[in-house]
Design a protein around this ligand. Sequence first.
Ligand SMILES: [Zn+2]
Ligand SMILES: [Zn+2]
Length: 116
Amino acid sequence: MNRRVRVEGDLYHGQIPDGAVYVGRPAPGLRAGPFANRHRFGKVCRCGATHRDRAEAVAAYAAELTPELVARAREELAGFDLACWCPLDGPCHGDLLVLLAAGDDLDTAFTRLGWS
Ligand SMILES: [Zn+2]
Ligand SMILES: [Zn+2]
C-alpha cells in the first residue's frame, strides 16, 4: 500500500520525498495539482467558511470530491506515495487520496480512516 508522506524542509524550500507526488497547495517551487485541498483552517477560508481544525478542512474537501476527481486519483495517483505538509498523525486529504487511489470508495475510505 502506498502511503502519505510529509514534505521535507520549510514552506519556502519544500522537498518532495523521492518518488512521491505532491498533493498540497501551491508553495514556492511546488506546483499544486488538481488534488490540492483548497480549504484551510484557522482563518476564513476562501470558501467563506471558517474551518476550526484540520479535520474540518479535510471534511470540506471530501464533501466536494466529484466522481471525476476520484477516477482521476485512481488513474494518476495509484502506486505513488502522496506528499503534503500535514503532520503524519493528523488528518490530511492525502490520507483519503491514498485510499481512493487504491480503489476504495468514499464510504470505505472514511471507515478505514475512522472518520465516519
Ligand atoms: Zn473552506
Ligand atoms: Zn495534508
